[in-house]
Design a protein around this ligand. Structure first.
Ligand code: XIL
Length: 370
């Protein structure tokens, strides 16, 4: 089957299963189609999802998660506001819970994120004005990375450091770290993370580079320049993390643009991970089925390009089921709780066309990690 056939089969099968109203004959049935984690494993890729300890109290969700996923990452419980709510007073309880859950279930565990302009406790801003900034960055990284050394396989060390619209020549984003330490904060964070766990895979993670939109080229250029500089300076950065919050309408995927960009990243000697994939599409002009189909097509286009470069060993969606997605929660204009359909499983844990796209991309990718 070529790609088009697979997709129409997937969508036809899905709709067919709905009209028949029986799960047993559905091609989305767990006994017929293997879970994403297993399909990805054949390509030496970990597939998984962002979760929270609260979501893991939902047995229906957790059972789907354990079927589909081989890795988890904390959606927010490993951000600094959660880990260091008061200066020097750490609270590892939620992250430890997730680490233990991963361990008990044989799942790989990712870390997200050490250094970010957002997700910080309120005290940090004030401290950074009054005290030397460097120890506030380095002590935190040491404490957290050392604690989870051997437990976290890959860390998003710096998140979203680029924003060309902030007006700096190098395209860096305004942040408490840029004001406190200057642009060296990025190199420093990676160096300290590497010293704290030499075996961890260290990821620079960002968004806005996947699709075509008004400032997409500037964003891609600034990201490339940042990574190129880091490699030249021998900074221990191992991967680029594509967040992949995809937007089929506002930021459609152009295969050539994406490939050219990722090819340059690969040529720098970096791996390319997919760290937060979901699809934002609330267009009132489309039916729910059309939105699902568009999400499936977008994801397939995107993953086909990424996997064709053969330097990906982690693919993570930002959640697994529409029951728990940051995009639904934040949809203030919605009258329906699940108007958005960003993830591979619907709110009832049924596989959607997007699930089928990911499954097909894993199954067909000619992908070998060296
Ligand atoms: C989001 C979480 O999903 C929300 O629950 C939280 O309130 C805000 O952050 N890019 C990132 C993630 O790197 O950390 C963000 O996660 C989504 C965008």
């Amino acid at each position: 089957m070529n790609r088009r056939d697979v997709l129409s089969y997937a969508i036809g099968g899905f709709l067919g299963s709905l009209s028949r109203g029986t799960q047993a004959t559905s091609p989305f049935d767990y006994s017929v189609f293997k879970p994403l984690g297993e399909l990805a494993r054949k390509r030496k890729i970990f597939y998984g999802a962002a979760v929270s300890s609260k979501q893991l109290k939902d047995p229906v969700f957790t059972s789907a998660l354990l079927k589909e996923c081989r890795c988890i990452v904390a959606e927010y419980e490993s951000k600094r506001y959660s880990l260091e709510p008061k200066q020097g007073q750490y609270d590892f309880s939620a992250m430890d819970y997730l680490a233990q859950f991963a361990r008990n279930n044989g799942l790989m565990f990712r870390g997200h994120t050490l250094v970010w302009y957002a997700g910080n406790p309120a005290w940090l801003d004030t401290m950074l004005i009054n005290r030397p900034a460097e120890p506030l960055l380095t002590n935190y990284i040491q404490t957290v990375v050392q604690r989870y050394a051997g437990v976290v396989r890959s860390w998003d060390v710096v998140n979203e450091a680029v924003n060309p619209l902030d007006g700096h020549q190098d395209g860096l984003r305004n942040s408490l770290w840029l004001s406190g330490l200057g642009r060296r904060y990025i190199d420093l964070a990676f160096q300290v993370a590497h010293e704290s766990d030499p075996k961890a895979q260290l990821v620079y993670n960002d968004y806005n580079t996947e699709g075509v939109w008004k400032h997409g080229d500037r964003w891609r250029y600034a990201t490339l320049k940042l990574l190129e500089g880091m490699k030249k300076r021998n900074v221990p950065v191992h991967s680029f993390g594509l967040q992949a919050h995809l937007e089929p309408i506002g930021k459609p995927i152009d295969e050539r643009v994406l490939y050219a960009f990722l090819r340059e990243i690969k040529d720098l000697g970096l791996r390319i991970q997919v760290t937060e994939m979901d699809v934002r599409n609330n267009s009132p002009l489309l039916t729910a089925q059309q939105r699902d189909q568009q999400a499936a097509e977008t994801v397939r286009k995107f993953l086909d390009i990424v996997l064709s470069l053969a330097v990906t060993d982690e693919v993570v969606t930002w959640g697994l089921s529409d029951r728990y997605s940051w995009l639904n929660k934040s949809n203030k204009n919605s009258t329906s709780e699940f108007v958005s359909s960003p993830l591979p499983l619907d709110a009832e844990m049924m596989r959607k066309p997007m699930w089928r796209s990911i499954a097909s991309a894993f199954s067909e990718a000619d992908h070998h990690i060296d």
